[in-house]
Design a protein around this ligand. Sequence first.
Ligand SMILES: *Cc1c(COP(=O)(O)O)cnc(C)c1O
Length: 341
Amino acid sequence: MKTIDLRSDTVTRPSPAMQAAMAAAPLGDDVYGDDPTVNRLQATLAERLGFAAGLFCPSGTQSNLLALMAHCQRGDEYIVGQEAHCYKWEAGGAAVLASIQPQPLDHAADGSLPLERIAAAIKADDFHHARTRLLALENTIGGKVLPQDYVEAATALAHGRGLQCHLDGARFFNAAVASQRPRESLAQAERRLVAGFDSVSICLSKGLGAPVGSVLLGSQSLIADARRWRKMLGGGMRQAGVLAAAGLYALEHNVARLADDHANARLLAELLAGVPGLRVDLGPTNMLFMQIAPEQADGFMAHLQAQQVLASGRYTLRLVTHLDVSEADVRRVAQTIRAFF
Ligand SMILES: *Cc1c(COP(=O)(O)O)cnc(C)c1O
């Protein structure tokens, strides 16, 4: 029996075609700026989203940290969500490694940070305070897409108060595919979602199916700063084109198909609707959350494991669809879950 791994969309394996692209990639030494495939990846993504420059990074965690370090100095602060990856899930790197103070804010139910809370959190220019420099948003967040008018208002508010704006777009392309409007091309949706941000971090190693890597996008000077920090943090890689080739392949072949993952998540939610004792929460992308009663949690996890279905969490389970999960897999998962309840 095949194991169906819904813990995250990071578990995807590079396909044979992606591996062939990796094997065929022209390589150089990226620390010297000589790797043609890395350079092509950075330029391709920067151009696609309308930024001046890009930087290939080993992980999204490092890409976010580089952005924070490039935007902020020691003693500065960034406004960020309590649940945001670059606050809660990156081991405190901004504080530990960069002496940048987070100012976390509670999210609204849709994942946004309410404008009045952002405005109130921006510190006055007073030597008692850290200097508020940056607003960091995340899209998608918890599988949800931030409302477009909210993003426009929040970035305008931040810019109006002299802050820069960073987008943690680990699953940016999920957001773009899910929020594409009628009569709008995917390219237009992508540009619309990044408008207003001074930097964007994008993961290639999640739903896009590459084994490794993220790209940070920004201005020439921001990326030049980020490149220095990347070297300091040990993220300067040599013949990194072998990895960048996977990213290029993913951008070409695996973006539009994210719609399949979203459809599979929707199908799973539909197949689980009405199961007594089960609360299912689905955003418009590839993540489904299930609330499990505490007294059932252990038994339920054991049941899933016995049926070779993997999910993350305990009382709130997260199930993530991705390109190694088929519609048939989703039907088997739904059957497995229904059988327990
Ligand atoms: C996964 C993720 C990251 C970090 O990516 P890694 O490559 O795992 O370090 C950053 N932000 C968000 C929202 C993520 O989901």
